[in-house]
Design a protein around this ligand. Structure first.
Ligand code: SAH
Ligand code: MG
Length: 220
């Protein structure tokens, strides 16, 4: 299939355009305020080109930021997460949240909380949840994407899978966003930083900016 070259987006994103819905502060998650704003602005700047996809929705914090931008541009966000949690969310691990543990199933289930938050934010018609692992969701994927946000598992294998499965679907001019970038190994895990380096070294991406631990790259 031929993918048409993306036009440069005409949408001018003004600083201060992002008015986070009240619900955002009540959503459990792992996203700083400046990162939330940067995600929204990035999606708003390209989502008229096509749909946006995120890997790693958890309870919907990043989903609400991206979904709001999609709603305003009449675009769509695909939110990929198996909702079984990453390594660090499992019982006994540092970021385990007992409220998200389904004792009957003996596993994490963040989907119920995710759905509740997406409904409260009024985004049910702008967000399409895909409850599956990243590689499974990618198997028959053919749709070119305006933006991909990678915030799933942090093992090297998971991060490499996300990059290999999804970066190739970006339209030219689209945005690859990667969360949890720590150039200093003393500050955090290196898997997201590794795929960030791979993207830059491929020559297919240029750095737009980094906001706290969020890197935004442009597909050339
Ligand atoms: N973006 C979220 C935080 C994501 S936490 C926020 O803004 O708060 C990481 C999420 O990635 C978890 O919900 C976990 O279930 C999911 N995840 C981990 N590995 C995955 C995989 N291989 N495929 C899909 N989702 C995955
Ligand atoms: Mg993260």
């Amino acid at each position: 299939m031929r993918v048409r070259a993306a036009r440069k987006s005409k949408v001018q994103v003004q600083p201060g355009m992002f008015t986070p819905p009240i619900v955002l502060n009540q959503v459990k998650g792992f996203l700083a305020d400046a990162e939330a704003t940067a995600l929204y602005e990035a999606a708003a700047s390209v989502s008229e080109l096509g749909p946006v996809l995120e890997i790693g929705s958890y309870c919907g914090k990043s989903t609400i930021c991206l979904g709001l931008a999609c709603q305003q541009q009449n675009s769509l966000l695909f939110a990929v997460d198996h909702h079984r949690g990453s390594e660090e969310h499992q019982p006994g691990e540092l970021y385990h949240d007992p409220e998200l543990y389904d004792a009957g199933e003996k596993s994490i289930d963040s989907f119920r909380e995710f759905r509740r938050n997406i409904r409260r934010a009024g985004l049910e018609e702008s967000v399409t949840p895909i409850v599956a692992g990243s590689a499974q969701a990618a198997r028959y994927w053919r749709t070119p994407l305006a933006m991909v946000f990678i915030d799933g598992g942090h093992s090297l294998e998971a991060a490499l899978t996300d990059y290999r499965c999804w970066a190739g679907h970006l339209l030219r001019g689209g945005i690859l966003a990667i969360h949890d970038i720590f150039p200093d190994p003393g500050m955090g895990g290196q898997a997201p930083y590794t795929i960030y380096r791979m993207a830059l070294e491929s020559g297919l991406f240029e750095l737009i900016e980094q906001v706290e631990t969020l890197a935004l790259l442009r597909r050339l």
